[in-house]
Design a protein around this ligand. Structure first.
Ligand code: COA
Length: 338
């Protein structure tokens, strides 16, 4: 793919993230539903997650963008476009991208939201890259943010143990060095997945009413087993497809950056790709599944700690409601420790 690429390429030039201070541990959940720390850790790899007590998704996104500005000195007035991946927008409309645009004073930017659940960040990253590649824009903020605690039923042990709140953001700019940046992406969706992972209330199909609330339709429903099987297959297949298209083997990859839904899904994906656990970004133990935020949160933490650095080949992979799934190959250009 890299050799046949004739357009200008997008690269990630800055990263940032935010996690709320409040920690909800497995032991806390033991007091809320019939579960236990051992079950949660062994079945999911999660020990604790963060909960945003006040404010909305846009507030976490603004904190992540401030973190990016503090670390990389970006002038927000120069931003052309803000793309926000989320399933927990501040409200149905206006778009959370517009709310963020106003809060950060990005006066030159337009923006919109993308809804692809746990694949949302990959969908948004790919979309943002196309605006750079076409020459239309030069500075695109791509945000992945979710306040999952706002749609989780803390009486449902099947879902409440899984999710947490967080935000991550990257800045896309035209690549200055040939061979670096977002080299290849492949995205999929299959609407047959709509029966297995959804939130049915509040939309045009089931407008909010006492009945939708009584029936708990404003909460996430998940058929965990069905999602699990397809997530392993979807993430591994698409990651392998992107590796094959770019003549990469497991040995060429510095980091696999998987969506953090379940440690067993991550391990199975890495195994099928021939990638050792030591080369897989994992922080699900601390944050759980933060939906659109998982991948930028990993990227941002790994750069901060100097573990992800310039020249690394990385593969991002995600699977989520829809179903949606995808993978991207990135030749990383930011030096570590920022
Ligand atoms: N604590 C204790 N026991 C629990 C439990 C909990 N929180 N949740 C479920 N159980 C029980 C079940 O009731 C079941 O009991 P039974 O055998 O008596 O009926 C047993 O544990 C096994 O449940 P099961 O649903 O088969 O567990 P699982 O191994 O499939 O794990 C998930 C459940 C949700 C962790 C797993 O299916 C998963 O991670 N799915 C995909 C999640 C995902 O990726 N979601 C987001 C999209 S990216």
């Amino acid at each position: 793919m890299a050799d046949t690429h004739t357009l200008r390429r997008a690269e990630i030039t800055a990263v940032g993230h935010y996690v709320p201070e409040k920690v909800l541990t497995n032991h806390d959940l033991e007091k809320m539903v019939d579960t236990n720390d051992e079950w949660i850790r062994s079945r999911t790899g999660i020990s604790e997650r963060r909960i945003q007590e006040h404010g909305a998704s846009s507030d976490m996104a603004v904190m992540a963008i401030r973190n990016l500005v503090d670390r990389f000195g970006v002038d927000l007035k120069s931003i052309d476009l803000i793309i926000v991946a989320t399933v927990t927008p501040d409200m149905f409309f206006p778009a959370t991208a517009c709310i963020i645009q106003e809060k950060i004073g990005a006066k030159q930017a337009w923006g919109f939201d993308i809804l692809a659940a746990c694949s949302g960040f990959l969908y948004a990253l790919t979309t943002g890259a196309k605006f750079i590649e076409s020459g239309a824009h030069s500075k695109v903020l791509v945000v992945g943010v979710d306040k999952m605690s706002s749609i989780v039923d803390y009486k449902d042990r099947n879902t409440c143990i899984l999710f947490g709140d967080a935000a991550g953001v990257v800045l896309l700019e035209p690549s200055t060095d040939k061979g670096y940046g977002l080299i290849d992406q492949r995205l999929y969706c299959d609407g047959a997945g709509a029966d297995f992972l959804y939130m049915k209330g509040g939309g045009s199909l089931n407008p909010s009413s006492h009945e939708t609330v009584d029936k708990k339709m404003h909460y996430i429903f998940q058929d965990g087993k069905n999602v699990f099987k397809l997530a392993v297959k979807g993430m591994a297949d698409v990651a392998a497809e992107v590796m094959n298209r770019n003549n990469l083997t497991g040995a060429d990859i510095a980091w696999l950056v998987p969506h953090q839904a379940n440690l067993r899904i991550i391990d199975a994906t890495a195994e099928r790709m021939g990638i050792d656990r030591s080369k897989v970004m994992i922080n699900i133990d601390k944050y759980g599944n933060t939906t659109a935020a998982t991948i930028p949160l990993c990227l941002s933490e790994w750069v901060r700690d100097g573990r992800l650095t310039r020249g690394h080949n990385i593969v991002l992979a995600a699977f989520g409601a829809g179903y949606t799934w995808g993978a991207a190959y990135v030749k990383w250009s930011i030096p570590g420790s920022a």
